[in-house]
Design a protein around this ligand. Structure first.
Ligand code: 6PG
Length: 234
């Protein structure tokens, strides 16, 4: 499978190109509809993109952001994707929704996310994803019991609870994630990764014999084909 990949010489150039492209997509969406909807990955890679976007001229009050996946922690917790993304967008009027309740505790539960999704447009204007070195995207982690359900493109489940196994040491929390079919319901789909190791993981995932149970991003590549635009920098 061919990867639709644009490579940049450095991260700054990539951040500029990706944020320009997202800005353009959101602007077009707002010209055609009353609101624009975007799924936003957590993780370190997209954060400078959000900071740059927040300073760009747009009617942010009509833009709805939704994390692609969240750790099952209260939304003011230091490990909350919602909190980190909101901080990056501070200064803009974006309406950021969360997949988890403000005071999330106990076991991860997708019910809040399902209710939030029911009140949002069925199609994203933009989905921005990152990828872990283990080939996970959103919170669709290899080895988790919910993985097959989350990757099932025939499923109507839009969000699900995931318990990564093992829990990632840098963020050892249960998760709620959008499913692959929900992420594919988008006008534009982007994957942003950095470093040689992730480039190699993606190349492995593009092989015809790649197993999505081992490398979940293989399922994304297969299902999205050329629609998935990947941006890479060292
Ligand atoms: C999370 C993220 C996760 C992230 C990847 C890549 O909650 O951890 O949503 O899916 O996108 O792990 O993270 P980095 O960009 O930090 O490598």
């Amino acid at each position: 499978m061919t990867i639709n990949l644009t490579a940049f010489s450095d991260r700054t150039a990539m951040v500029e190109a990706v944020s320009d492209r997202i800005h353009h997509a959101l602007k077009s969406a707002l010209n055609e509809r009353t609101s624009a909807l975007m799924a936003l990955s957590g993780g370190s890679t997209p954060m400078p993109i959000y900071s740059r976007l927040a300073g760009m001229d747009l009617d942010w009050s009509r833009v709805i952001g939704l994390p692609s996946d969240e750790r099952w922690v209260p939304t003011d917790h230091q490990a909350s994707n919602y909190r980190e993304i909101l901080e990056r967008f501070s200064g803009s009027d974006i309406r950021l929704e969360s997949l988890v309740p403000a005071k999330a505790d106990g076991q991860a539960d997708p019910q809040h996310a399902i209710q939030v999704l029911a009140g949002l447009p069925a199609t994203f204007d933009m989905v921005l994803l990152g990828m872990g070195g283990d080939g996970h995207f959103a919170s669709l982690f290899p080895g988790s019991a919910a993985l097959a359900a989350g990757l099932d493109t025939a499923s109507h489940a839009q969000a699900l609870a995931v318990v990564p196994d093992p829990l990632p040491p840098e963020a050892p929390y249960e998760r709620v994630t959008l499913s692959l079919p929900r992420l594919l319901a988008t006008r534009q789909l982007m994957l942003v990764i950095t470093g040689q190791a992730k480039h190699e993981v993606l190349s492995q995932a593009a092989r015809p014999d790649a197993d999505p149970e081992q490398l979940p991003v293989a399922a994304l590549l297969r299902a999205a084909g050329g629609r998935l635009i990947t941006y890479w920098s060292p």
